[in-house]
Each structure stands twice: as structure tokens, then as C-alpha cells.
Design a binder for this molecule. Structure first.
Ligand code: AMP
Length: 184
């Protein structure tokens, strides 16, 4: 498994646009649409993720709505794994399992289909993926959902970790975390 050099990380970092004060004042939004629109950067990132995960025994990749779907589905197809969406309330049509989590003000929720994972014989291995981890609330609730649905989350993967928020600390208590890029 090849570690990225600083030059390679900088190449990916420079492909991501920062939009200040979006979606509200004070937020520095990391816009991965510019990475997706750069075929060299997106291809390089996907090759790196395939290299990291192809030797791990991954049955499912669970992507968090909505940007986690893009990386998760592309990676699942490359690894010949199955893809499972984790969605905001009211979006999944069949019976769901829910997990609530706290925001700065109020609560939010993520859901997964009750039959998302085939758990007949052994617990399937799941890789969780999203574009970015900030406070970690969404990802932590998603790890809990995967476990509630009868599977094992073997790693959580993020393209970007906003390090100063320490969002990965809580998840690291239960599952390994891999971030391609760290931003202060
Ligand atoms: P959190 O639950 O605080 O870790 O927030 C993570 C979710 O919010 C991810 O699905 C991200 O896509 C999104 N998000 C949070 N902060 C940012 C940001 N600064 N730039 C882009 N996306 C963000």
C-alpha cells in the first residue's frame, strides 16, 4: 500500500476549491466539485483508494449522502464490492433504521435500509466513506447505523479531515480512520 507524498497531497489539495461563507457566514466550504471536474485529480484519487483498499476484505462500501455517494459508488465498482447509501431522513423508500446525532443547535439524523447488509452467515465488513469529516457527528452516527444493521465497520475513510475540529477522535474509539488529506 503506497503512502501519498506531500507533492501528491498538494496536487489533490489544489484541485479542491474553498468557498468562504458558504452555506453560512464563517464556514469555509471545501468544494470537491472542482476535484471531480479534474480527471487527472479524480483518477489519481481513485487509484490511491483502490491501492489502499484492494487487499482488505471489504464486502460493502457505505457512502454518506450526498458526496460520499460519488466516491463510495466509484470505489465499490472498482473493488467489486457492493454499495449502500446512508441518507438523510425521508429519502429511503423501504423500512429504515435511524440514528440521531447532536448538532451545535438541535439534532440531525441518518438512516439506512434495514436489509442493507446480508448478515446470514457472518457479519459483513463495511468501509464507510464521505468527502469530509468536520465535527464527526454524521460519520459517528453512520458507524453506529452500520453496526445496528448487523455489519462491522472496518474503517472510516474521508477525502478531507478538518483536523482542528478533532471530529475523528470519537470514531477512532471504535473504528480506524483514514483521511487522504488533512486541513488545519
Ligand atoms: P460533521 O458531521 O460535522 O463531521 O459534518 C460532515 C458533513 O458535513 C459531511 O457530509 C460534509 O460533506 C459536510 N461538511 C461539513 N463541513 C464542511 C465544509 N467545511 N466543507 C464541505 N463540507 C462540509
Amino acid at each position: 500500500m503506497k503512502k501519498l507524498s506531500q507533492k501528491e497531497k498538494d496536487f489533490l489539495l489544489h484541485s479542491i476549491r474553498t468557498v468562504e461563507n458558504f452555506p453560512k457566514p464563517g464556514i469555509s466550504f471545501k468544494d470537491i466539485s472542482t476535484l471531480l471536474g479534474n480527471e487527472k485529480a479524480f483518477g489519481f484519487l481513485m487509484d490511491h483508494l483502490v491501492d489502499r483498499y484492494e487487499s482488505m476484505d471489504i464486502d460493502y462500501i457505505a457512502g454518506i449522502e450526498s458526496r460520499g455517494f460519488i466516491f463510495g459508488a466509484a470505489l465499490a465498482a472498482r473493488l467489486h464490492s457492493k454499495f449502500v447509501p446512508i441518507r438523510k431522513p425521508g429519502k429511503l423508500p423501504y423500512t429504515t433504521i435511524s440514528e440521531k446525532y447532536s448538532l451545535e443547535y438541535g439534532v440531525d439524523e441518518v438512516q439506512i435500509h434495514i436489509d442493507a447488509f446480508e448478515c446470514d452467515k457472518t457479519k459483513p465488513n463495511v468501509l464507510l466513506i464521505d468527502d469530509l469529516i468536520a465535527t464527526g457527528g454524521t460519520a459517528n452516527a453512520s458507524v453506529n447505523l452500520i453496526n445496528k444493521a448487523g455489519a462491522t465497520c472496518i474503517e472510516s475513510c474521508f477525502i478531507i479531515n478538518l483536523k482542528s475540529l478533532c471530529g475523528d477522535a470519537e470514531i477512532r474509539k471504535t473504528t480506524p480512520v483514514y483521511s487522504v488529506l488533512e486541513i488545519d
